[in-house]
Design a protein around this ligand. Structure first.
Ligand code: KG4
Ligand code: ZN
Length: 370
């Protein structure tokens, strides 16, 4: 079964064709990130206007394997595609509407079933698509993902969400906990702005933190006894599986102001703060996920969402999982962690239910607590 999936919940415009929920035939993403970097964050109006411009070219490119690069038409979809899947929420209303209305129009014209998809739940299904080794090391074999054993504990960690789920089977999900305030990605993004990285977000923090690690390694004599900023690990020891990250942003703001007032705010300090905030966020994410894995005797731990591309987080998870017996770690390649439509198609195949096109609406505040 081939699904044409469409995703426009935030600032990406994405379309993919996925076969049987596992084989990616095409996966196209256009982002307006560069424009948002200029403004220091996502501007919803700008995002939606850009998405309106590129939705048709993006769908066209996703269908290129069937059209030989000609414009797609309803005949092509009728012949090659079995269903349309689209993200209906949660997300930005203007952005969601672009994808939802496009998908509804295609479903109406081609008379294909349409499957509404919850963006946050779908993130986890990035773990179920097969990975082409060419993404990793240029060989041409495929890593099959049908080895995931249940129950699995799944951490979705993105710009707007930090959620833990128990996956009992391909079809059975249970929400275990989530953030009480800011998401982990939001904490990365807000810190990045406070430290002068504009809208570059978590990736800028990761790069800056790497420089701090290199500095520490190189110059241990000089750095021995040097003042190091220490941040709290919010809620790391509490009983629930919830998170809280808004205090980190306040702690960083206080530290930045203090260092500016005493003329100590410089590049070395920025790298140090980046390192420490990354350590604080990743420590909490690993501890809570492992706590959930122990509570539910998980046999697999799955990571997904944009923050799951963080190298330090991946490193800490692999180390922590090695210490647990009989638990396997699954992490999608970076290209499938950040927003794209391939996992929308995977989710639609494994868990989706088609509905009449007229019944589909964009729902910006769609619940993620299933
Ligand atoms: O999943 P995603 O692309 O979009 C949402 O659904 O929100 O996640 C975007 C988030 C942003 O907060 C971004 O700063 C963060 O993922 N992110 C990272 C890294 N790459 C992206 N955070 C930490 N380290 C990274 N390498
Ligand atoms: Zn996302």
């Amino acid at each position: 079964m081939k699904i044409l999936a469409i995703e426009t919940s935030c600032d990406e415009t994405a379309a993919a064709v996925v076969e049987d929920g596992t084989n990616i035939i095409s996966n196209v993403v256009a982002s307006s990130k560069n424009m948002h970097e200029k403004y220091g964050g996502i501007v919803p109006e700008v995002a939606a206007r850009e998405q309106l411009k590129c939705i048709i070219p993006v769908i066209n490119e996703a269908l290129a394997p069937f059209t030989h690069n000609q414009q797609f038409n309803h005949g092509i979809i009728q012949r090659h595609i079995d269903a349309i899947a689209v993200t209906i929420g949660p997300g930005l209303i203007g952005s969601l509407l672009v994808g939802v209305e496009s998908a509804k129009t295609i479903a109406f014209v081609t008379k294909k079933p349409i499957i509404p998809v919850n963006h946050v739940l779908a993130h986890m299904y990035a773990n179920f698509v097969h990975i082409s080794r060419s993404d990793l090391d240029n060989s041409d074999s495929t890593i099959h993902r049908n080895t995931i054993r249940f129950p699995a504990v799944s951490l979705v960690v993105s710009g707007g969400h930090t959620e833990l789920y128990l996956i009992k089977s391909m079809k059975e999900l249970k929400w275990l906990g989530g953030t009480l305030d800011d998401a982990a990605g939001e904490a990365f993004d807000k810190t990045a702005r406070l430290l002068g990285f504009g809208g570059r977000g978590g990736i800028a923090i990761q790069e800056s933190a790497q420089k701090d690690s290199a500095f520490l390694r190189k110059d241990s004599a000089q750095t021995n006894g040097m003042y190091r900023v220490q941040l709290p690990r919010p809620m790391i020891d509490d009983e629930t599986l919830n998170f809280s990250f808004s205090g980190l942003k306040t702690a960083i703001l206080r530290e930045v102001n203090r260092l500016r007032d005493t003329q100590q705010f410089n590049n070395i300090i920025i790298q140090q703060l980046s390192f420490e905030v990354q350590e604080a966020i990743t420590d909490v994410l690993v501890a809570k996920t492992l706590k959930a894995a122990k509570m539910y005797n998980a046999r697999s731990v799955l990571l997904s969402g944009g923050v799951a591309s963080n190298l330090r987080l991946r490193e800490k998870f692999s180390y922590a999982i090695q210490q647990c017996s009989n638990v396997a770690l699954y992490t999608p390649p970076v290209s499938l962690c950040t927003d794209n439509a391939a996992y929308i198609g995977a989710y639609a195949y494994f868990r989706g239910k088609s509905v009449v096109w007229k019944k589909i609406d964009a729902i910006p505040d769609l619940s993620v607590e299933k």
